[in-house]
Design a binder for this molecule. Sequence first.
Ligand code: UGA
Ligand code: MN
Length: 328
Amino acid sequence: MRLKLKTVFVLYFTVSLLGLIYALMQLGQRCDCTEHDAARDRTISRLRGELHSLREQMKKPEPTNPPKPALPPTIHVITPTYTRLVQKAELTRLSQTLLHVRQLHWILVEDSPHKTVLVSEFLVRSGLTYTHLHVPTPRESKLQEGDPSWLKPRGAEQRNEGLRWLRETAGGRQGAQLEEGVVYFADDDNTYSLQLFEEMRGTQMVSVWPVGLVGGMRYERPVVEQGRVVRFHTGWRPNRPFPLDMAGFAVSLRLVLANPDAHFDGDAPMGFLESSFLQGLVTMEELEPKADMCTKVLVWHTRTEKPKMKREDALQKQGLGSDPGVEV
Ligand code: UGA
Ligand code: MN
């Protein structure tokens, strides 16, 4: 701006000067001194040259600020969680992994009729960009003490609540305004490598990769031939529509918004929870294989042992239990 003003000023000054000289030539007395004429001609041609170069300079576009690099797509991680002794330990481990991932939004959904103090305070201190939601699993759908863990699907209502929030919040922004995003369902007890998040960031529809230590196997994975998923390596009912663990796929935000009815069926039979969401969204041929064509394990379906409270129970009976005011 400063340069431009200066340029205009110089231009104005030069044009005025030329005008003045021209006026003097018209009005001035004839001079028979050729030397004087020659000097005047040199001045005029020099000024003309300057005028020309100033004009050229003004034609050049103003230097603009370099365009800002576009932000990478946001990864929306939806995590169901529920109150139990190891909850804070699980959330600590997961949140400290997520802290290393740029452009990440954590949607933590409590399986609870209200937001708990433990989770609320935990999130405030987490340092993450988060949304805190809650929805209780209906009693009849919830595992009861002593039920085998596979009897009923877990976390279905909570993942659906996360999807509802995304559709309501991001759905308002359509077309070009809609930011690029990826949705990943991350249980609170698994182990995630940082590389996994960069693999899923480019998801166009649904991306897939292997999951370690799942389904009674070293790993389960989609089998890729010529860049396409052709079947699944799994030990149990390989003919399920999508024999994938929850940790083994991510979906683009656009696909989630374009399919407002896609959801997890809390009544799905064992092993069909993932299929209940994915069928209708993609076909096997459309899956995008990640992690070196599904040859690398970057996420593990680890499960935390339930801590035994035998001594705690015994001490409590004597009134000597651990201080309930100390959060664990
Ligand atoms: C396996 C899959 O990895 C899960 O994604 C799938 O939901 C589950 O099976 C199923 O079939 O329902 P698994 O280790 O057996 O996982 O399940 P959990 O880790 O016990 O639970 C999955 C998620 O749901 C966790 O984030 C957990 O915190 C949450 N959950 C569990 C609840 O919100 N409420 C519950 O009552 C239990
Ligand atoms: Mn688990």
